[in-house]
Design a protein around this ligand. Structure first.
Ligand code: FAD
Length: 344
């Protein structure tokens, strides 16, 4: 039987989470190495357009529909996912490392007595050797460990499926084949009183105010900008460049930015065309989140700061002096361009 890579499709208010599309793309590239099929797993009520997920790499979508599954609750959703895994025996199961994925995946893994690697930053297929045993076609689950000081590759060769969670924004959405359709199959699940111990009385959805993942330019602030004057300069530069502002964990812990602006291992991974790192040392936990930026400009007082190892343009200096010069230079260039346009 052909192997399957199952992706849990996370819906909120009937809208598919971006991370699920990212996982479908990743699953599709893993499936090429394994000659496997990509199977989306949708759990909910009144979901539509599931066949269109073929455009994002799903060959099939299994749909478990039940009116008790209209909003996420741990027990009935876990029952649905466990039922699907037992019925389809996938080789790999992937979840987004969202609040829901982090609640669901460990419960499913422990019920099935299989391994689970949380917050993977890369997934590959490869071989694993242990003594005389050679395990082929393993899911290599790669993630930072020991506070980010090592990059660990984790395998679970003796229990299937291999299960992993991946954070939002870590994997790019790479597939879109217009018109390709996935085959949708329905699966029934019995939801008993035992799984309905909680009742949802009211739900409030708050839309994200900040779109770091979609930003073309990001001005990143670190502890070198941990004062109000420097933060004003950073926001002024961002406004001028029509950029988003992101930051390092300590700066956010210090209360200078909202949590949703955190970039890095425990924040968001970004891939803008331009990342301007201001007063950021560039520790591995931050680098992980910015390494896919097309261009990085770094401003730091310390010429040996690790951020300079990955920066394309390196400015050794005090950000309180460098940013005003950038703002001035950009304004002058804009004004010059406007004058030239008037002349035409
Ligand atoms: C498990 C774990 C997860 C983590 N997750 C994350 C994460 O998701 N994101 C994250 O960012 N961090 C994370 N961290 C923290 C990470 O290890 C670093 O501590 C953090 O990235 C450093 O932030 P920083 O660069 O702002 O501060 P610092 O390391 O203190 O660097 C400040 C820099 O500013 C420079 N500077 C100071 N003044 C000026 C000035 N006036 N002009 C120019 N430069 C100046 C200094 O030379 C220095 O290089 C995590 C840590 C752990 C253990």
């Amino acid at each position: 039987m052909q192997r399957q890579i199952m992706v849990y499709l996370e819906y909120r208010k009937h809208k598919l989470a971006e991370v699920s599309l990212e996982l479908l793309s990743k699953a599709h590239s893993l499936a090429e190495d394994l000659n496997a099929e990509v199977v989306g797993l949708a759990v909910g009520y009144g979901l539509d357009g599931l066949d269109k997920l073929g455009e994002n790499g799903a060959h099939r979508v299994i749909y478990i529909e039940h009116k008790e599954l209209s909003s996420y609750r741990t027990l009935p959703f876990a029952k649905a996912v466990i039922t699907a895994i037992k019925n389809y025996n996938p080789y790999i199961v992937l979840f987004g490392a969202t609040h829901i994925g982090r609640d669901l995946a460990p419960r499913v893994a422990s019920s099935l007595r299989v391994g689970l690697t949380a917050d993977c930053t890369e997934l590959n297929i490869g071989e694993y050797k242990s003594g005389k045993n050679v395990y082929k076609d393993q899911l290599l689950q790669i993630r930072p460990a020991w506070g980010g000081n090592i990059i660990a590759t984790i395998v679970s060769p003796e229990s299937l499926p291999s299960m992993a969670t991946v954070r939002d924004g870590v994997m790019p959405v790479s597939r879109s084949i217009n018109g390709q359709r996935a085959q949708v199959e329905r699966l029934e699940v019995d939801i008993s009183e035992n799984e309905l111990l909680t009742t949802i009385i009211e739900q409030e959805f708050i839309e994200k105010q900040v779109d770091l993942k979609g930003a073309k330019i990001i001005v990143g602030a670190g502890m070198g900008a941990a004062n109000h004057r420097a933060m004003e300069l950073i926001f002024e530069l961002a406004r001028l460049l029509k950029a988003e502002v992101g930051g390092t964990r300590p700066l956010i812990d210090a209360g200078f930015l909202d949590r949703e602006r955190q970039i890095g291992q425990t924040g968001v991974s970004v891939r803008p065309n331009l990342y301007i790192a201001c007063g950021i040392s560039g520790q591995i936990q931050h680098q992980i989140g910015i390494i896919d930026s097309k261009r990085i400009i770094a401003i730091n007082k310390d010429k040996d700061a690790p951020i300079f190892d990955i920066a394309h343009y390196k400015i050794v200096g005090d950000l309180n002096e460098v940013i005003p010069l950038m703002i001035k230079g950009y304004k002058e260039a804009l004004a010059k361009r406007e004058v030239e346009e008037l002349k035409l």
